[in-house]
Write a protein that binds this ligand. Structure first.
Ligand code: AMP
Length: 115
């Protein structure tokens, strides 16, 4: 069965696509955590970073992030985050990176660690 992100990519459910190429599609996050919050999703339905083949799509994600940063004018910076698995709070099992920017972001991990 298609993942949530594949359904957005295929136009079966709504989503705002801000960038795409043959390898990845970037969608605006529905619950933004920063003024700019884009999800860079692999077209291939790879469940997560743990399942990424060694010669896989990581370069496509990073190249897309760079292009999207330029396209959206994020000249003062942005952050790229991948939640992998339960401990990281991954909720959608389809490999994606969060690109966050548009404001000065808090220090990494300021939300604390649950024990
Ligand atoms: P993660 O928790 O790393 O798996 O990230 C999943 C992200 O998908 C979350 O930031 C959600 O806000 C986002 N999300 C969930 N449903 C949608 C949707 N329909 N359109 C856009 N983003 C979504």
């Amino acid at each position: 069965m298609a993942t949530l992100f594949t359904k957005i990519i295929n136009g079966e459910i709504p989503g705002e696509i801000v960038y795409q190429n043959e390898h990845v599609v970037a969608i605006k996050d529905i619950q933004p955590m920063a003024p700019v919050h884009v999800l860079i999703v692999t077209r291939a339905e790879i469940p997560g970073l743990s399942e990424l083949p060694d010669a896989g799509d990581h370069t496509h994600i990073l190249n897309a992030a760079k292009k999207i940063g330029e396209q959206l004018g994020l000249t003062s910076g942005y952050r790229l985050v991948i939640n992998n698995g339960v401990d990281a709070g991954q909720t959608v099992p389809h490999l994606h990176a969060h690109l966050l920017g548009g404001a000065k972001l808090g220090g990494f991990g300021e939300e604390g660690v649950e024990h």
